[in-house]
Design a protein around this ligand. Structure first.
Ligand code: NAD
Length: 347
């Protein structure tokens, strides 16, 4: 379903400074490109990765390589900012967040220093990228999950490590608004995917991992794919272009101050069917095996989009098949480049 939305009233001048953290990563990099393409001329992109490792380097965007778990670096990053989009986090797919809970929890340093720095710098708005992992895991034990609505985060029983860190950082956003008047906006992302994201190395998520595994099978001639879990676990996946538009709309809605809101697709699919979709895009049928001991996350998770549809009229425009075709094509190019010894994005 395509829902049109009214023009976004940002109240921004084209030379107002927009700061994006985690901009060497997948969503932050795409957001920097999005605002650049809209004509904003002063964008500061910050990430701890060395500049050559950034997924996207957008021409004309100031790029700083700094560790934002350090307070002084957050102060430098926020200097002069009118808007701050905080997307920096130590994160990855289930393989990462189930094994590296301490790293995930330590992102609290980025979030506490960054919001304080944004407030001290007098930023007009602050965006925080939360996650569906903040939701109560007791509600996600069945693959035929009822879609999660915003109120389902409490009573709290988030994903250990990563999810709890997101939930407490959401609370920081709410209290900085309530006590200090910093206008904050919070999106709970549900599995964002697309070109220019991690596709190998251990942090990749299911859509990218599936594309890579199919390419590996084709390349090696071993027409086999291993799936994590029994493949019945269900998820929804939201294409990156829909996500960046959603971020822009959420950040500039007066109805969504300090109010966490889902940003994701409600098109549910099992991991088995996702594998089938990638096989069909690649034009191959693979023999499957299942690693029941691999990290597989909750049994089922979907996004209830009632709130975002009613407040913003936002709905993802990209069907999963279309988005997966674009993602497969991009990873295919990366795969070929890596094989030819060229530099490719990693993690
Ligand atoms: P990503 O890993 O591609 O990007 C995150 C970036 O943050 C990385 O480039 C990393 O180097 C940077 N970073 C980590 N620690 C840092 C530090 N101390 N200082 C500076 N930079 C640091 O991930 P992404 O998919 O682009 O996710 C962006 C945000 O959205 C994160 O907050 C993530 O938790 C959230 N999120 C993403 C998804 C998804 O499906 N991709 C889902 C839910 C939430």
């Amino acid at each position: 379903m395509t829902v049109s939305h009214p023009p976004i009233e940002r109240g921004l001048r084209s030379d107002d400074l927009i700061v994006i953290t985690g901009a060497g990563g997948f969503i932050g990099g795409s957001l920097a490109r999005y605002f650049h393409d809209l004509g904003y001329s002063r964008i500061r992109a910050v990430d701890r990765k060395p500049l050559p490792d950034w997924y996207q380097r957008v021409e004309g965007v100031e790029c700083l390589s700094m560790d934002l778990s350090e307070k002084e670096n957050c102060i430098r990053a926020a200097e002069g900012a009118i808007e701050v989009y905080n997307l920096a986090a130590d994160m990855g797919g289930m393989g990462f967040i189930e094994h590296f809970r301490v790293e995930c929890l330590r992102s609290i340093l980025v979030n506490t220093h960054m919001i304080e720095a944004a407030w001290r710098a007098g930023a007009r708005r602050y965006f925080f990228s939360s996650s569906a992992c903040a939701y109560n895991t007791d509600l996600q034990k069945n693959p035929n999950v009822l879609a999660l609505k915003e109120s389902d985060a409490y009573p709290a029983m988030s994903e250990r490590g990563y999810g709890w860190e997101k939930l407490i950082s959401e609370m920081f956003c709410q209290e900085y608004w309530a006590e200090r008047g910093l206008e904050t906006h919070i999106a709970r992302f549900h599995n964002i995917y697309g070109p220019h994201g991690t596709w190998f190395g251990g942090r990749e998520k299911a859509p990218a991992a599936m594309c890579r595994k199919v390419l590996e099978a084709l390349d090696s001639g071993n027409l086999h794919i291993e799936i994590w879990g029994d493949g019945t676990q269900t998820r929804s996946f939201c294409f990156i272009e829909d996500c960046v538009l959603g971020i822009d709309m959420i950040m500039h809605s007066d109805k969504l101050i300090a109010t966490p809101i889902n940003l994701g697709s409600s098109e549910l699919i099992s991991i088995n069917d996702l594998a089938g979709m990638v096989e069909s895009i690649a034009g191959v049928k693979l023999e499957r095996s299942y690693d029941l001991n691999a990290p597989k996350g909750v049994a089922g998770r979907n996004s209830d989009n009632t709130m975002i549809q009613s407040i913003l009229g936002w709905e993802p425009k990209t069907p999963l098949r279309t988005g997966m075709e674009k993602t497969y094509a991009w990873i295919s190019g990366q795969y070929a480049d890596r094989k030819a010894g060229k530099r490719v994005v990693k993690d």
